[in-house]
Design a protein around this ligand. Structure first.
Ligand SMILES: [Mg+2]
Length: 224
């Protein structure tokens, strides 16, 4: 684990991403979803789009891919509709997610995606009971405002919270912009995106974070 500056003892609110942070969306759902979207465009005769989608799989997020392909509104809506059609039954929590979920520290789940699909995932994973707050940001929005709103609702200053996520260009960059400390979770076979900012800490397992925060949850102190 590499650490720059998380003051573990100050953390009293966790803002946690879901996909590829708590659950392995990439290896279970995404591969099928991307292929389904690509082949659906192919069936409409839009082969360049299909090629563009396939070539970016595993390199860019779905939203960024749609943006880079400069799709029309109709094409974008079509892509998202096809993407969201997939059943979520194959989605599993990473084994190390339990340690974090069970921590007695207030938590907000902050997920981005099509709200109905994200709610289906939350229900399937059975994780709602671990969160004091659940916020779903629409597919084409950023998490910035939602993070501000969560801090306000929990009467927390930016330095009181810790953002935990897998995407440098999204929640990690948001955290840096808003002065909220960030923990990047690196998952096997999953690229966190362009290294636009440095997370305050990088871990391979949520257990590492849970271990640091357990004394805080008990009202004790900890240090790196
Ligand atoms: Mg994610």
């Amino acid at each position: 684990m590499r650490a720059r500056g998380v003051e573990w003892k100050s953390v009293r609110l966790l803002i946690v991403d879901m996909d590829n942070t708590l659950c392995d969306t990439f290896h279970t759902l995404s591969a099928r979803q991307w292929e389904l979207v690509a082949s659906s465009f192919e069936k409409r005769g839009e082969k360049d789009i299909a090629r563009g989608i396939r070539s970016r799989f595993g390199r860019e997020s779905f939203v960024k891919t749609l943006r880079e392909l400069h799709l029309t509104d109709e094409q974008r809506r079509f892509a998202v509709r096809v993407y969201d059609r997939n059943p979520v039954g194959s989605l599993r929590l990473f084994p190390d997610a339990h340690a974090l979920l069970e921590l007695a520290v207030p938590k907000a789940l902050l997920s981005r995606g099509e709200p109905a699909l994200q709610r289906r995932k939350i229900r399937h994973l059975g994780i709602a009971r671990h969160f004091d707050d659940i916020v779903i940001v629409d597919t084409f929005r950023t998490k910035t405002q939602a993070i501000k709103d969560i801090l306000k609702r929990h009467e927390a200053r930016p330095g009181d919270a810790l953002i935990i996520g897998d995407r440098i260009e999204e929640e990690i960059a948001d955290g840096r912009r808003l002065g909220v400390p960030t923990a990047l979770v690196r998952r096997r076979g999953w690229k966190p995106g362009k290294h636009v900012v440095e997370p305050d800490v990088t871990v391979r397992s949520l257990e590492t974070i849970a271990k640091r925060l357990r004394p805080v949850a008990r009202g004790g102190r900890t240090s790196l």
